[in-house]
Every structure is written in structure tokens, then in C-alpha cells.
Design a protein around this ligand. Structure first.
Ligand code: ATP
Ligand code: MG
Length: 427
């Protein structure tokens, strides 16, 4: 038996070989969000359990089966956030951002769900969430979808994702539809999967996103939500589809898309891909005009989405769409050969970095012979090595290309910065 402690199943480390990919994803997303005037909001990973029960809905997969809930030392029931929308509403309301205002916000970070781990599905995973408050019309819905399309374009995967959307109407529309759906399903009760049988009484619309094939087959002939949607929702949805068509964003109206959380109303959407098997949804969201009030604020229209960053990462890897050079993280390896040059090397490295703020220079620590240090330089991925050798005033500096066989050339100290600047520009 091993006595090494392992990570929790479904909760992954990101090792250095992969972290540059995460940084690239995050950097591109942040830049685009900033470019659209969206501002970051941060909130804790732990919240009162009640926040999620009241927003996501008691009778949903997340609340019934997936939450990490525990009592803390005071006996309070706390939950590791399974998603960000409820937290964002809580934080924005508590921070006084919502009353009589519009807000365009985003957040990025880990979420927690106790699911069966597999490719694209983990127990700790990461989302980018984008939420817009105080805007009731289709223009903000369109902006969010265009923003998603910009993400796909920036990552070069626009041909690999498809937009599906639907309008699920107002809560009154859904209540009328719920009655009709229930009337249709009651005679078929025994043919439904176990969860759906229970939900027939407690939350009949959730049956629509059952993953059980037999249940899905029964639903084929069920009444359609679309037929129950009121004029206002319908018109708003039509305006959205018009903008999307004018903006040249292809979409599919999927009348059976309802999403797995209770707080949505009006338009809902998913961006899916065929490249990730059953974990097909990369990004999903919709309008949730009642949530702020439900959580104690004044009525505030809202719309948002969350993107699964692991799935985006898998999509880029699977389709080999990472930009060239993404894994390069060093320009120069500074070797320090000989007993007297350690302190001098650290100081010179500091000067060079200050003079060239984009320079990525790693200083060798730990001593060793010339050949051993050069071997490390080759292994580091740097394109060049600087070799400081000798003892105090007698020291010399050489530059060596690591990607070719060219011999090292001696440099004057004063020439190092101009030479490095040239090399940085050439790359
Ligand atoms: P799924 O149907 O795949 O379970 P979901 O409807 O539960 O997804 P949402 O709650 O809408 O997902 O979360 C938004 C996005 O977060 C998903 O589209 C997906 O990209 C990502 N996501 C959700 N759950 C996980 C998970 N366990 N592991 C990795 N990514 C996830
Ligand atoms: Mg899920």
C-alpha cells in the first residue's frame, strides 16, 4: 500500500507543462472582455447552501446530487459553489451594484460538482461566467452571443462549435405548459426513468433534460413548449434571431432546449461541439429575469452564460489549434560558470530584465560545470544562452544560440542589452 497522499478524484493539478495553455486562454478571454467594457467581479468559493437551493432549484441534478455541502464548525450549512450565477447575483446585490443600474460583469474560477469524472467532466472544473444586469431587451442577448462568437474566432475554433437556442417563455407560460406536459406523461409514468417519475410531481419541466434514452423517446410526441410561449417572449426572441442573422452568426432553433437550472426564462442557448463526445456543451446560458428578486433584491432583468474552460482547452488540443510558440516560456538561459560570478550574475540579470521588460530570462542557480549548465540550458526550452564565466573583473560574457550549431560569441557587457533587444525583435 502506498502512503503517498493523492489528489481527490476528479480534481486535477495543472502542471507547468500545461499552465501556459491556461494562461493563454485566460489572457485572450480577459482581453476580449475588457475590449467589450465588461468588468471582473470576484466572490468566495464557499456560500450558504441556501443560496444555491433557492436559485438553481431544489429539484435539479445539481442540488439533488452534485453539491459539496457540509456543516462548518458553527453548524452552518455551506456549499462549494457549483456555478457562479447565484454567487454573482448575491455579491452584486450585496455590493449595491444592481439597484437602478446596468452592469456588465465577468468572473473566472473553479466550480465544484460531485459528478462521475470522465473526459470533459470533473469534480473541480473552471468556468468563465459573464452576467449582464438591468437590460431587458434582445440587444444585450445579441451582444453576449456575439461576444461568444468573438471568443471562438480568437481561438480559431469557429468552425467547430454550433449555436443552439430556444425561448422558454415566462414563468406563467411554463406553468401552463407544465400542466399540459404532466397530463401527457402521467399515463406513461411507469415507462419513465426513476428521476423523471419523481419529477412528474415536483418539477415536470426537468424531465425534458433527462439523459435517459427511453424517456427522451417518450418525449418525442409530447406537447411542445414553443406552442405555449406568450407574444412578448416570442417577439423578443424574433428580434434576437434577426440580429444574429444580420450579424452572420449561424444558429439552430432547438425547440427542446430547456437547460438544467430553474432560474432561466426567455431565451436560453448552448454552444456545442461534436469533438468532445457526450461532454458536448462548451458554453451555455440564458436570461434569468426573476433571480435577483427571488434572492431578495428588487426586480432586475438579467442574462448571462458560463463557459467550461476545460472543455475549451480539450477542444483546442483535440483540433490542434494552439498557436505556435505557446509552450515557449523562456528567451534566455543565463549560465554562471566559476565561483566568483554568482552575485554578479544575479545583479546583471536584474539590470537586463529592468532594461527589457518583456525579456524572459532564467538565471542558473546551484553552480556546476560549464557542460552541465549548458545541458540544462538546452533542456530549458530557451532559444539562447548567455554564459557568464570567470571571476569578478576577469569575467567574460558569451552568447550562444541553442537552436543552431553556431559557436558562442564573446560580448562586451555594454552590448548585452542591445543584442538581446535585437533577438527579441527578431523573434
Ligand atoms: P452538462 O449537461 O454537460 O452536465 P450542465 O448543463 O450541467 O452541463 P452548466 O451548469 O450549464 O452545465 O455549466 C456551464 C458549462 O460548464 C457547461 O456547458 C460545461 O462546459 C461546463 N461544465 C459543467 N459541468 C462541468 C463539469 N463537471 N466538468 C467540466 N465542465 C463542466
Ligand atoms: Mg451537469
Amino acid at each position: 500500500m502506498s502512503n503517498k497522499i493523492q489528489a481527490i478524484r476528479g480534481m486535477n493539478d495543472v502542471l507547468p507543462a500545461e499552465s501556459s495553455r491556461w494562461q493563454y486562454l485566460e489572457h485572450v478571454l480577459r482581453a476580449l472582455l475588457g475590449g467589450h467594457g465588461y468588468r471582473e467581479i470576484r466572490f468566495p468559493v464557499l456560500e450558504q447552501t441556501q443560496l444555491f437551493k433557492r436559485s438553481i432549484g431544489e429539484v435539479t441534478d445539481i442540488v439533488e446530487k452534485e453539491m459539496y455541502t457540509f456543516e462548518d464548525r458553527n453548524g452552518d450549512s455551506l456549499t462549494l459553489r457549483p456555478e457562479g450565477t447565484a454567487c454573482c447575483v448575491r455579491a452584486a446585490e450585496q455590493g449595491g451594484l444592481l439597484y437602478n443600474q446596468t452592469q456588465k460583469l465577468w468572473y473566472m474560477g473553479p466550480m465544484y460538482r460531485h459528478e462521475r469524472p470522465q473526459k470533459g467532466r470533473y469534480r473541480q472544473f473552471h468556468q468563465l461566467g459573464v452576467e449582464a444586469f438591468g437590460m431587458a431587451d434582445a440587444d444585450i442577448e445579441a451582444e453576449l452571443l456575439l461576444l461568444c462568437a468573438e471568443f471562438w474566432r480568437a481561438f480559431g475554433v469557429e468552425d467547430l462549435v454550433q449555436l443552439e437556442l430556444n425561448s422558454i417563455g415566462s414563468s406563467e407560460d411554463r406553468a401552463r405548459y407544465g400542466v399540459a406536459l404532466r397530463d401527457f406523461l402521467v399515463p406513461l409514468r411507469l415507462q419513465l426513468d426513476e428521476d423523471s417519475q419523481r419529477r412528474l410531481e415536483s418539477n415536470v419541466l426537468r424531465i425534458l433534460d433527462s439523459k435517459d434514452p427511453a424517456t427522451q423517446a417518450l418525449l418525442h410526441d409530447a406537447p411542445r413548449l414553443t406552442a405555449f410561449i406568450g407574444d412578448e417572449s416570442r417577439q423578443r426572441f424574433d428580434r434576437l434571431l434577426t440580429v444574429l442573422a444580420e450579424a452572420g452568426i449561424p444558429f439552430r432553433h432547438n425547440a427542446s432546449l430547456v437547460r438544467g437550472l430553474d432560474y432561466y426564462n426567455g431565451m436560453v442557448f448552448e454552444w456545442t461541439t461534436e469533438r468532445l463526445g457526450a461532454q458536448a456543451t462548451v458554453c451555455a446560458g440564458g436570461r434569468y429575469d426573476n433571480l435577483v428578486r427571488q434572492l431578495g433584491g428588487s426586480p432586475t432583468p438579467a442574462v448571462g452564460f458560463a463557459m467550461g474552460l476545460e472543455r475549451l482547452l480539450l477542444l483546442l488540443t483535440d483540433s490542434a489549434r494552439w498557436p505556435a510558440g505557446i509552450d515557449d516560456c523562456l528567451d534566455v538561459y543565463l549560465a554562471l560558470v566559476g565561483g566568483g560570478v554568482q552575485a554578479q550574475g544575479l545583479l546583471l540579470a536584474r539590470q537586463w530584465r529592468q532594461a527589457l521588460p518583456t525579456l524572459r530570462l532564467l538565471t542558473h542557480c546551484g553552480g556546476g560545470k560549464y557542460n552541465a549548465q549548458l545541458k540544462k540550458a538546452y533542456g530549458s526550452g530557451a532559444r539562447h544562452a548567455l554564459i557568464l564565466e570567470g571571476d569578478g573583473p576577469q569575467s567574460s560574457i558569451k552568447l550562444k544560440a541553442l537552436t543552431s550549431d553556431e559557436p558562442a560569441t564573446e560580448l562586451r557587457l555594454a552590448d548585452v542589452v542591445p543584442r538581446l533587444r535585437q533577438l527579441l525583435q527578431a523573434h
